[in-house]
Design a protein around this ligand. Structure first.
Ligand code: E4P
Length: 214
């Protein structure tokens, strides 16, 4: 499973990339707004650090606006994937972008039928949000299972990107189900490294070694 970081913070992106575990980056308008930087300049900075898919979201909700914004974003770097919301105009935009050779990540997916439509329209990536479903007492991971089954049944090429990941269990379940990508905040990537027995074991090794150094 590819691991993406869900942030627009360049320091977090650099740190995750330096660990050798990072395959791409997802941003959204809320994450970009937090950084207070000019959007295109920020995307260029990210593309210089990570050689993988970098999702950049349009903010128009009309077809013409989405196409205009998406084409501009796609010009920034070959690795830019244009993120489009899962609404009717968004599906139309995905169809046009596909014909132009521009990759899309269809975001804000909360149902298997939405995912089916996104794949049919020609999405490169679909982003079902598991954490936000869990927040309203609906199983986010069940949605991932449904989408993977549907895509396998009909051999769609669209990659399933598990988004809105909140904790390590979301990651292991995504990997076991065979999701293509998981995007997660830096804090979750850090949590994946940790195991208390690793820390206890390392402390013991170092303490025993120190005893021999007198
Ligand atoms: C996906 O691309 C989104 O940016 C993201 O995963 C949303 O996560 P949140 O529900 O934690 O905001």
């Amino acid at each position: 499973m590819k691991i993406f970081i869900d942030t627009a913070n360049i320091n977090e992106i650099r740190e995750a990339a330096s660990m050798g575990v990072l395959d791409g980056v997802t941003t959204n308008p809320s994450l970009v707004a937090k950084e207070g930087k000019e959007f295109k300049a920020l995307l260029k900075e990210i593309c210089a650090v990570v050689n993988g898919d970098i999702s950049a979201e349009v903010v128009s909700t009309e077809l013409d606006g989405m196409l205009r914004e998406g084409r501009e974003l796609a010009k920034i770097h070959d690795n830019i994937v244009v993120k489009v919301p899962l609404i009717k105009e968004g599906l139309k935009a995905v169809k046009c972008f596909k014909a132009e050779g521009i990759k899309t990540n269809v975001t804000l997916c909360f149902s298997p039928n939405q995912a089916l439509l996104a794949a049919k329209a020609g999405a490169y990536i679909i982003s079902p949000f598991v954490g936000r479903l869990d927040d309203i007492s609906t199983s986010g991971m069940q949605l991932i299972e449904q989408i993977l089954t549907i895509y396998r049944n009909y051999e769609f090429d669209t990659q399933v990107l598990v988004a809105s990941i909140r904790h390590p269990l979301h990651v292991v379940e995504s990997a076991m189900m065979g999701a293509h990508i998981g995007t997660m905040p830096f804090s979750v990537i850090t949590q994946l490294i940790k195991h208390p027995l690793t820390d206890i074991g390392l402390d013991r090794f170092l303490a025993d070694w120190k005893k021999t150094q007198k």
